[in-house]
Design a protein around this ligand. Structure first.
Ligand code: NAP
Length: 245
């Protein structure tokens, strides 16, 4: 019999997250999703539950963590997977222009602090004797600085560091902070709409798009779920899906 899996996935309403959600359901996972939007997925009765929450606010993250813990306590599976995928690239701009404290705080809350709250809820709610995996969707921008992405890069570098600490504290847990490559989502469209003076790398992203070099969300999700299923998952805490088939 295949292992029964329960997957918790943030940012499931669009882009990479929506592809991951659909494919996880198609693979027979029970699914708990989180996003600000409503989300109806084609799922067997009772297989999908959605939490509509704003993870860019501390209150939203707190509520979501509480609700997640309660939902997890009502579930039964042999394997539990948490995918922290929700994220924002905003605010984009040169360091000298980053005056919007609220936008910075919201980005750090969504990209880092909410991940910490959801992960704590997951670790407390998912049975310790089950197989447990935590996947944080990171970015190459957290490993090499990109002009105009001081906030985004700092948040993903913090996410990488958090993931390393998580592993240190929980050696039995399979954890990974994974860069997904350049994926054709709303986020990439938003990146291409930035001004060249605030984001000097603009042409690179326009060129990648024009040359058809972005990977599709479906193809990336397929590779990520295959990686989660493989014994290689978690062997490298900081990883990149482009290293795998
Ligand atoms: P996307 O198309 O912009 O989708 C973002 C997802 O996050 C949506 O489902 C959105 O749902 C959710 N989200 C955004 N703000 C939220 C909030 N305040 N509260 C709860 N959910 C929120 O992004 P994507 O390209 O799929 O990116 C997915 C992940 O991959 C992100 O962590 C991103 O940093 C990373 N990544 C992407 C690329 C790329 O090329 N696309 C490259 C490297 C890393 P709602 O709007 O419904 O809330």
């Amino acid at each position: 019999m295949p292992t029964s899996t329960l997957t918790v996935l943030s940012g499931a309403s669009r882009g990479l997250g929506l592809s991951l959600a659909r494919q996880a359901l198609a693979a027979g996972h029970q699914l708990i999703t989180l996003a600000r939007s409503e989300l109806q997925l084609d799922a067997p009765q009772g297989a999908h539950q959605h939490l509509q929450v704003d993870l860019a606010s501390a209150e939203g993250a707190q509520q979501a963590a509480k609700a997640l813990q309660a939902l997890l306590s009502q579930t039964q599976a042999q394997r539990y997977v948490l995918i922290n995928n929700a994220g924002t690239v905003d605010p984009v701009g040169q360091a000298s222009h980053l005056l919007d404290a609220q936008a910075i705080t919201q980005a750090l809350q969504l990209n880092v602090a909410s991940v910490m709250s959801l992960t704590a809820a997951f670790l407390q709610g998912a049975p310790q004797d089950a197989q447990r995996q935590v996947l944080n969707i990171s970015s190459g921008a957290g490993r090499k600085p990109v002009s105009g992405w001081a906030v985004y890069g700092s948040s993903k570098a913090a996410l990488d560091f958090y993931t390393q600490t998580l592993k240190l504290e929980n050696p039995e847990l399979a954890v990974c902070s994974l860069a997904p490559g350049v994926v054709d989502t709303d986020m990439q469209g938003h990146i291409r709409s930035q001004s060249r003076d605030q984001f000097p790398n603009l042409n690179r992203f326009i060129d990648l798009h024009q040359q058809g070099q972005l990977s599709s969300p479906d193809e990336t999700a397929e590779r990520i779920l295959r990686h989660l299923d493989s014994p290689a998952f978690g062997q490298h805490i900081l990883d990149d899906i482009r290293h795998y088939e």
